[in-house]
Each structure stands twice: as C-alpha cells, then as structure tokens.
Design a binder for this molecule. Structure first.
Ligand SMILES: *[C@@H]1O[C@H](CO)[C@@H](O)[C@H](O)[C@H]1NC(C)=O
Ligand SMILES: *[C@@H]1O[C@H](CO)[C@@H](O)[C@H](O)[C@H]1NC(C)=O
Ligand SMILES: *[C@@H]1O[C@H](CO)[C@@H](O)[C@H](O)[C@H]1NC(C)=O
Ligand SMILES: CC(=O)N[C@H]1CO[C@H](CO)[C@@H](O)[C@@H]1O
Length: 354
C-alpha cells in the first residue's frame, strides 16, 4: 500500500449479515478515499455508494457537495438512495413483471405496483468486493458484485464491475460494466448522487443554473411510468437547452422536476451543465446512454444527514443517466436486454470547475 497513498482505507467495520438470503457469509464494509490535490471522493463498498465529494469554490473554500448520511448504518436500510449505484434495472418496471423469451419474470413491487431500482434488495443494498485499488496520479477503485440467477426475480447470473476514477483535475469517471453468464437479462445500471454544488448543507438548489442537451422527454403517467409518447421540450418548462435557473419555471411543474429526457446525439457526449453562481462551482456531466432523469428532490422531507445537516425539499438535484424507463414492457423503446457473454458498458464523467 505504499506510494502516494491517494487512496486510504479510512475505516473498516466487520459486518455480520443477518439476512437469511445472504446465508452465513461474513464480509467487510469499508470506506475508501480517492484523492488528488484538493479533490476528494469517498466511496463505500456497501452498495458501491458515493459518500462525499469535496472540492474548493472560487474563493478556495472546500465543501462536500453530495448529500449523505452520518456514518454508514443509515445506508443499510434507508431508501432515499443517497449516492447509490442502482441495478439490476434502475428506474421503474410497471406491474413488477416482464416477459423475456416466453418466460414471465416477477419482481418485488417496492413502489406501489411497480418495481423500482432493482427491487427491495437491489445493488444499492449489497456488499461489493473491492477488486482493485490503485494509488498515484489517477487513483481508482474497482468494485465487483456477483448477482445470482433469480436474485430479486431477475434471470441469470450476472458479473458486475463499477470503477470510480479521478481521471483528471477535478474529474470523476464512473464506469459500469456487466456481463450475463448464461441467460439473457435486462440490465441498466445508474448512479444516484444528490448534488448541491453550494455544499450539501447550503439550502436549496433552486438558484442553480441548469442546461440539459435534450430536445425530447417522455411524459409520465400518474404512477410515473412513461405514457408511450415522446414529446418535444419546445415551449414547455422542461426546455433546458439554454441555461435556466431551476426556480424560473418550477412552479409550473407539479412536484418539481422528475422526468426522463431523451438526450440528443449518440455515444459519449455532454448531457448537462449545472452552475451554482454563489460559489462559482460548476459540474458538467457526460455519458454514453440514451436518456437521463432530472430530479429536483421535491419530496426530501427533513432527512437527517451528515454532520447534523437536515435536508429539506429541493436540497439537491439528481442527474441519473441510463436507458428508458420501463423499456422491458415497451417494445417501442430501445431494448435493455443483454445476452450471455455480451458486455453492457455505461460510462459517466463528471467535470467540476470553480
Ligand atoms: C488547496 O487549497 C488550498 C486552500 O484553498 C490552496 O492553498 C492550495 O493551493 C490548493 N491546492 C491545490 C493542489 O489546488
Ligand atoms: C432503519 O433502521 C433504524 C435502526 O434499526 C431504524 O430506527 C429506522 O427507522 C430504519 N429506517 C427505515 C427507513 O426503515
Ligand atoms: C402522454 O402525456 C402527454 C402530456 O400530458 C400527452 O400530450 C400525450 O397525449 C399522452 N400520450 C398518451 C399516449 O397518452
Ligand atoms: C447494454 C444495453 O442493453 N444497454 C441499454 C440500456 O438501455 C438503453 C435504452 O433502452 C439502450 O439503448 C442500451 O443499449
């Protein structure tokens, strides 16, 4: 573990699993730090979760810009998904079921009649194995999870790798890869940090300026499932093709922003830019996926967070890249089925400045 030690194991907790579905295995949950200059990212292998992202503002003041809990314990059972990695299928699956190759697969209905974020014990609620930690100029951590056949109702064994890497000055890349061993399965992983560029405890994100490179969105029905139409953002409060503050039109949107954008273009490209004028901090998000959820956390209800912070409505915004919502039940949307030995690869890149 010599060298620059950019990556430190801050603490280790022996964690004895009680849940019968996890059998009698004993695994270790730790907190790991990737660090380059004044940029620090802390990650735990519990759920492959991001715990903190610290960087300066234009005056040199450091702040942690993602919401999170104090200590690890709340992450074991809370369902706000602070900093979480989502899977096997992020987002909602209507009716908590789908049909693949003539077989009906039933999932956990953990969001009314829908299944959300992989079921009630999705990838955010499992212990990942630390495969690799590398120090030096571009530190990274590679986490691995083996998802067994029928886990949460999904078909087939699946090997999943997630790599968090400081890939440049104030740049964090997230690479999610998955390969089924024997059976075709739907896969769409996503990443769910709650960002507040002013600092996790700085109030709301309403004055943030947001730009989203999307000309279309998928309207949702009452239970937040796409209704089948792909609509133009033109002339709607959802049009962020030029920068707008969140607050400028949010009162025209019931419950704040929580919608699926079809992002223009293909391949690795810029999805969004968020700027906090007060601190000068900005974040660009790049990804190689077709769609992105924009969520302004309207329903955060005084959640107790890190260092005594209390997170209220609109304390953060989420930008979740991935496939289309409910595409397993929508033949008209691009498929998320991955076949045995095929590689699913989802890349994200966050570029921060101040
Ligand atoms: C880190 O921040 C301190 C205080 O703002 C500053 O003096 C120092 O130059 C910064 N270091 C780097 C590598 O940016
Ligand atoms: C999580 O567990 C703690 C301690 O056991 C409990 O106080 C809390 O209510 C639980 N939270 C949820 C959302 O179930
Ligand atoms: C979906 O919702 C949009 C916006 O409310 C509406 O214009 C469209 O007609 C709806 N499509 C269907 C198929 O219900
Ligand atoms: C590997 C894979 O199938 N990924 C898919 C995730 O979802 C989007 C949209 O449904 C597809 O375009 C990707 O190919």
């Amino acid at each position: 573990m010599g060298g620059a030690r950019a990556l430190l194991v801050l603490s280790l907790i022996a964690f004895f699993l009680m849940a019968s579905s996890f059998a009698t295995s004993k695994k270790t949950v730790g907190i790991y730090e990737l660090k380059k200059g004044n940029f620090s990212v802390k990650i735990t292998n519990w759920g492959a979760t991001i715990l903190s992202v610290v960087l300066p503002d234009s005056k040199g003041n450091l702040a942690d810009i993602v919401l999170g809990y104090e200590g690890l314990r709340p992450y074991f059972n809370e369902t706000t998904y602070f900093g979480a990695l989502l899977g096997r299928v992020a987002g909602r699956i209507s009716g908590a079921r789908f049909v693949l190759n003539g077989i009906v697969y039933r999932l956990y209905p953990n969001d009314g009649t829908s299944s959300i974020h992989g079921g009630h014990r999705g990838f955010s609620f499992v212990i990942w194995t630390v495969k690799e930690i590398v120090y030096g100029e571009f530190p990274y951590i590679k986490l691995y999870y083996y998802s067994f056949d029928k886990e949460q109702g999904f078909p087939g064994d699946l090997d999943i790798y997630v790599t968090y890497k400081i890939s440049g000055n104030y740049e964090l890349s997230v690479t999610m890869e998955a390969t089924p061993r024997t059976k075709a399965t739907p896969v769409n992983l996503s990443h769910h940090p709650y960002w507040n560029l002013g600092g996790h405890n700085s109030g709301t994100i309403l004055s943030n300026k947001v730009q989203i490179f999307a000309s279309h969105f998928t309207p949702l029905n009452k239970i937040l499932i796409p209704n089948g139409t792909i609509s133009s953002v033109s002339g709607t409060p959802f049009d962020f093709r030029t920068p707008h503050t969140v607050e400028s039109r949010i009162n025209q949107v019931e419950g704040g922003y929580n919608l699926y954008y079809v992002v223009d273009g293909h391949g690795m490209r810029k999805f969004a830019v968020v700027k906090d004028e007060k601190t000068g901090r900005a974040m660009e998000l790049w990804a190689n996926q077709p769609a992105m959820v924009f969520y302004t956390s309207f329903y955060l209800d005084n959640v107790k967070g890190k260092g005594g912070a209390v997170y209220g409505s609109c304390a953060a915004l989420c930008l979740e890249t991935g496939g289309f919502e409910d595409s397993v039940n929508r033949p008209e949307f691009p498929s998320i089925i991955v076949n045995p030995a095929e590689l699913y690869r989802h890349e994200m890149l966050y570029k921060f400045s101040f």
